[in-house]
Write a protein that binds this ligand. Structure first.
Ligand SMILES: N[C@@H](CCC(=O)N[C@@H](CS)C(=O)NCC(=O)O)C(=O)O
Length: 204
């Protein structure tokens, strides 16, 4: 495989997904850091060379740049056991990854970012007005995860896959966003299983 460079901000769970995938696969990854709070992903250089969408993570593979965390995880894991061989299971894995991006990350990750990094006192009125809706959506997402994990170890089939990695990234750090993991015991047990995986690395 070509040299891999992760353009990232270590506070981002989306970036961590890629780092965790590489670690579980034993793939070396160089890291290049940006501070999103200082707008470092919005400079003309970044927009021209790394990602015209102005966001991290971006996985650089040789001279190619791949934005979108779940696409980057897929690139790394495509030929590994983190992507199920069975056609149905592979589609089921993608189902959970798309759901993570549309229903899970926009509530759990956003509330963590707003309340931990921006700070409740610095939010705009528009952001403050969105908190109850995002809290309800996050609780609904955690409940759905807890129900899915009843009587099973992993989100898809019987082995850890990219679906687990994508969902773990912002679930295990959701409490500063105002969520209570103790209300979701199956999710808590799954978090412990993730953290016991060989070659697991924690978020910075
Ligand atoms: N869907 C994208 C989301 C990327 C994203 O929202 N990145 C955030 C950090 S997690 C970012 O770069 N924010 C800085 C900005 O928008 O200026 C993914 O999964 O990679």
């Amino acid at each position: 495989m070509d040299k891999l460079i992760l353009h990232e901000d270590p506070l981002s769970g989306n970036c961590y997904k890629i780092r965790l995938t590489a670690a579980l696969l034993g793939l070396p990854l160089e890291r290049k850091f940006y501070d999103i709070q200082k707008g470092e992903t919005r400079t003309p250089e970044f927009l021209a060379q790394v990602n015209a969408n102005g966001r991290i993570p971006v996985l650089q593979i040789g001279d190619k740049f791949l934005p979108e965390s779940d696409a980057a995880c897929f690139y790394l894991a495509d030929d590994s056991a983190l992507v199920p061989a069975d056609r149905w299971d592979r589609a089921d894995m993608l189902r959970w990854m798309f759901w993570e991006q549309y229903n899970h990350e926009p509530s759990l990750a956003t509330l963590r970012y707003w309340l931990t990094y921006i700070g409740a006192d610095n939010l705009t009125d528009v952001q403050r007005a969105q908190i109850p809706g995002k809290r309800a959506a996050g609780e609904a997402a955690l409940k759905l995860m807890d129900e899915r994990l009843a009587g099973r170890e992993w989100f898809v089939a019987t082995a850890v896959s990219l679906a687990d990695i994508a969902l773990y990234a912002y679930t295990h750090v959701c409490e500063p966003g105002g969520f209570r993991l103790a209300d979701y015991p199956n999710v808590q047990a799954w978090i412990a299983r993730m953290e016991a995986l060989p070659r697991f690395v924690p978020m910075d």
